[in-house]
Design a protein around this ligand. Structure first.
Ligand SMILES: [Zn+2]
Length: 483
């Protein structure tokens, strides 16, 4: 309905149950449609016994601390409808999200390229396994099928909940909870990697170690957020974005959505949005946090009970959002745009020497690791050698009024997110990582040169220039849709 030319006084009747009396619109003034928004959550908690991922060893889940959810938001400006999903998982394979999108499209007609689906990256979830065989369709595990269907249900229910809405966005800063976890070590410090070489950067190097020089990269302290209210001011949803990998210190073999869910719960409380109908949906998406965690290695270690720090960080981020939220004026019209591209990236391959060494290691199960995680990376090297030469990944750009959202299907580094924020024509812009797939770490070319866990062959699976190619594609899409 947006920009429609009306020949005469026209009676517009809104189909939504939240609509007031029919509205008279003058032909003399250009018309813009009322924004509509709907939100819903789907419970996606796995059953006990599934392995809890996120560490070096995946042990079966024995307990659930807090339920996992797919948090779904649908916006409609009268011309364009789009859906944003943030699900409590470590990282969801593209095939699972493609299946969820297919189901939403089948039931609602929403185009699959108008859906942004992501994971929060809680380290206390269970994996979404997908079996891939050349020339065959991917086979989803029982949990992956369940997850796809629950995500699709959530989007369909968010569409059912669409109603006239008002929107505002803003940003706040929470600098005290983000630390670059990659440290440059002093010259002469030996930092071995699994391949027999020496790195300059070390992940999680330990507190106040003598070899610590300085963090190897920046952090992004910004919390961007979108707020949706019903016409009468009732909160519908709040979608925030912060660049913190996760907090952790959850219970052993326990499922939890980490601080992402604690934020959703806290912001609901702070906004006075408990027990609404339809229920308010708080959402915290993961920004560019591949190299950023919650641990300050320049200070002594903290001693805290499980979940204590999760609640503390969630509260601080929610309080910062609330303070900024109080200064906002919501508006009832906004234009929407969403675009996506499929990029073909080269898969990194081992050298013949690396491959021969890895095979030799694997042929001798009795050999102990002489280098850090040597056997694990021997397996990863053989797996990369067998992998297809290229990987097709989706990247999306979303415009909501003057605000931009970039997506990246990797564990994205803070410096890439800051670069996108600085160069995007849309202000503010933020990036949702682990979106539309999940393919491991994405160091920038500069960080690749420094080495360290995130850059290791097998942790990082795509070409070292991939972050530059993705940034270029995202900025081109933002430029195309600048209002
Ligand atoms: Zn992680």
């Amino acid at each position: 309905m947006r920009n429609a030319t009306l020949a005469s006084w026209t009676r517009l009747v809104c189909l939504c149950t939240w609509a007031a009396a029919p509205v008279l619109v003058s032909a003399a003034t250009p018309t813009k449609a009322q924004l509509r928004a709907g939100a819903a959550t789907s419970n996606i908690t796995p059953w006990l016994g599934e392995p809890v991922v996120g560490g070096w060893r995946a042990l079966p889940a024995k307990h659930v601390h807090d339920e996992l959810h797919a948090r779904c938001l649908v916006l409609d400006d009268g011309t364009t409808r789009l859906a944003i999903v943030v699900a409590d998982n470590l990282g969801i394979p593209r095939e699972v999200l493609d299946e969820a999108k297919r189901q939403v499209h089948e039931h609602t007609g929403l185009p699959t390229d108008h859906m942004l689906m992501s994971a929060v990256h809680t380290h206390s979830a269970t994996p979404c396994r997908v079996t891939r065989r050349p020339e065959h369709p991917a086979v989803l595990s029982e949990y992956s099928r369940f997850l796809a269907r629950r995500i699709a249900d959530g989007v369909r229910r968010a569409i059912n909940n669409l109603e006239p809405a008002r929107i505002a966005w803003g940003s706040a800063s929470v600098p005290g909870q983000v630390f670059n976890r990659r440290w440059l070590m002093k010259p002469g410090t030996h930092v071995p990697n699994p391949f027999g070489g020496t790195d300059q950067a070390k992940m999680n190097p330990g507190h106040r170690r003598p070899g610590l020089l300085k963090p190897a990269g920046p952090v992004d302290p910004e919390v961007c957020f979108l707020s949706l209210q019903a016409a009468d001011g009732r909160p519908i949803a709040l979608l925030a974005n912060y660049s913190l990998h996760y907090v952790g210190n959850t219970g052993r073999q326990t499922i939890s959505a980490d601080y992402f869910a604690a934020f959703a719960d806290r912001i609901q409380q702070l906004l006075g949005a408990d027990r609404l109908s339809p229920p308010f949906v708080g959402i915290l998406s993961n920004g560019t946090s591949g190299d950023v965690n919650n641990i300050n290695y320049a200070a002594p270690p903290e001693r805290r009970r499980p979940y204590e720090k999760i609640r503390l960080v969630a509260d601080e981020v929610a309080q910062a959002v609330l303070a900024a939220h109080k200064t906002l004026t919501h508006r009832d019209q906004v234009s929407l745009d969403i675009r996506q591209r499929e990029l073909t990236l080269a898969v990194r391959k081992p050298t013949p020497e690396q491959l021969a060494k890895a095979r030799e290691m694997l042929a001798h199960p009795e050999w102990p690791d002489k280098l850090p995680h040597q056997r694990t990376y021997a397996r990863r090297i053989v797996s990369l050698h067998k992998a297809p030469a290229t990987l097709a990944v989706l990247v999306q750009a979303v415009r909501i009024g003057e605000l931009g959202i970039a997506t990246c299907p990797f564990e994205t580094f803070a410096e890439m997110g800051l670069d996108l924020k600085a160069k995007s024509p849309l202000k503010p812009t933020f990036t949702i990582s682990f979106a539309n797939g999940s393919y491991g770490y994405l160091p920038t070319p500069r960080q690749h040169l420094l080495g360290g866990y995130e850059t290791w062959l097998g942790t990082s699976r795509v070409e070292t220039e991939a972050s530059t190619k993705i940034t270029t594609a995202l900025l081109e899409m933002f430029a195309e849709m600048k209002p």
